[in-house]
Design a protein around this ligand. Structure first.
Ligand SMILES: NC(=O)c1ccc[n+]([C@@H]2O[C@H](COP(=O)([O-])OP(=O)(O)OC[C@H]3O[C@@H](n4cnc5c(N)ncnc54)[C@H](OP(=O)(O)O)[C@@H]3O)[C@@H](O)[C@H]2O)c1
Length: 342
């Protein structure tokens, strides 16, 4: 692949005024449960991601200091490189309210708080989460968010962890959104059951998370015949996705998958995480994969840049899918995307 193709391949235009890097830096990892985050080291690391062209960030109002870190990072970048450099950043956040009566002043106040923390005049993408479908106020919330979008305070509305049926209901209500952020990995392919075709039909894009299962889909766990112990699983993310692997088919089937991914990785001179990321990026309707970053603790920038230097072929897909056919059906067990939270 030449450099030109590589560059084009790295970005995705979600809207006329919003183009993201296809690997988005995920900031749940600064919210606690992923090791101690030193804020000064975190900002230095954010600079390095930016320099390496990883300019898209995913955060939430509930991810501890994530929105404040973006604000501090923007101020630092502006001091060093000037205001124009800030236009290269895409900061995607979420609003995760309690399921209660939602009014316009509540929405306005919450969004204003995120604007203040992030040091921006408008949010690039506000992704909305709702815990309880039995509480109908999510439609009101989306109407008020749409008003804020019309006022220019939010550029685009996205959803997170909504199932296909509710996406349809929202579309049928005449409310517009550009993305749904959901768990999507080689292990968890629930989006392929219903959501993907709906997204294609309505030009809605998916932002995938959990695609590396918190780091379990990597060489670190290859050929480990023994399951990792509770102390090995030292982040919330590892614990969350280990449960998913157990439901999917267990540790020995997971080892079979890692061996298959390893063979493919060696063929392209990349690593297992690269193959797992590429696999999801090549799926229809997927705009980007959000890869968690433990700022100031660990980094995989050079490795993740390799994702744009190769493509998977049919034999790779077949090999991965052969392992997958031996797994349990997560859609039947858990439900559609997001049902794991409800
Ligand atoms: N909407 C939601 O409900 C929701 C839920 C979960 C996550 N998310 C979003 O998705 C983001 C992703 O988080 P996640 O928990 O799903 O984790 P993930 O992206 O599946 O895993 C991240 C971990 O993978 C490892 N890794 C990354 N690149 C690698 C490479 N090239 N080679 C080997 N290992 C690599 C790193 O582990 P080490 O640091 O140990 O090296 C990193 O911490 C979150 O930050 C958040 O923004 C959203």
């Amino acid at each position: 692949m030449n450099n030109n193709t590589n560059e084009k391949n790295r970005h995705y235009q979600l809207a006329s005024d919003l183009t993201i890097h296809r690997i988005v830096n995920g900031m749940w990892q600064v919210a606690g449960g992923h090791g101690y985050i030193d804020h000064e080291l975190a900002i230095e690391d954010m600079m390095k991601y930016h320099e390496a062209s990883f300019t898209s960030w995913d955060m939430a109002d509930i991810y501890g200091p994530a929105e404040d870190l973006i604000g501090q990072f923007r101020r630092r970048l502006c001091e060093i490189k000037g205001k124009a450099e800030l236009d290269r950043i895409q900061a995607l956040t979420k609003w995760v309210p309690q399921p209660e009566k939602i009014t316009y002043p509540i929405v306005k106040e919450k969004i204003q708080k995120s604007l203040n923390r992030m040091g921006v005049d408008s949010l690039d993408l506000l992704q909305f989460h709702w815990w309880d479908y039995n509480n109908p106020y999510y439609i009101d919330a989306l109407k008020y968010l749409s008003s804020l979008r019309d006022e220019g305070i939010i550029k685009h509305i996205g959803l997170t962890n909504f199932d296909t049926d509710r996406m349809r209901l929202i579309v049928d209500s005449g409310l517009e959104f550009v993305t749904n952020q959901i768990q999507y990995s080689i292990i968890d392919r629930r989006p392929e059951v219903k959501m993907m075709s709906f997204c294609k039909e309505h030009n809605i894009k998916l932002l995938a998370y959990g695609s590396l299962c918190g780091g379990l889909i990597s060489e670190r766990y290859l050929r480990r015949t023994q399951q990792p112990s509770a102390t090995d699983l030292d982040t919330l993310s590892l614990r969350k996705y280990k449960k998913m692997i157990d439901m999917w088919g267990g540790w020995s089937l997971f080892q079979e998958l890692l061996s298959t991914l390893d063979e493919i990785a060696q063929k392209y001179n990349v690593n297992i995480a690269n193959v797992a990321t590429r696999y999801i990026l090549e799926k229809p309707a997927v705009a980007g994969v959000i890869v968690g970053v433990r700022l100031g603790i660990s980094e995989h920038r050079n490795s993740n840049a390799q994702v744009f230097n190769f493509s998977l072929d049919k034999s790779d897909y077949d090999a991965i899918d052969t392992v997958h056919t031996k797994s349990n059906n997560l859609f039947d067990m858990v439900g559609d995307c997001g049902d794991e939270y409800r």
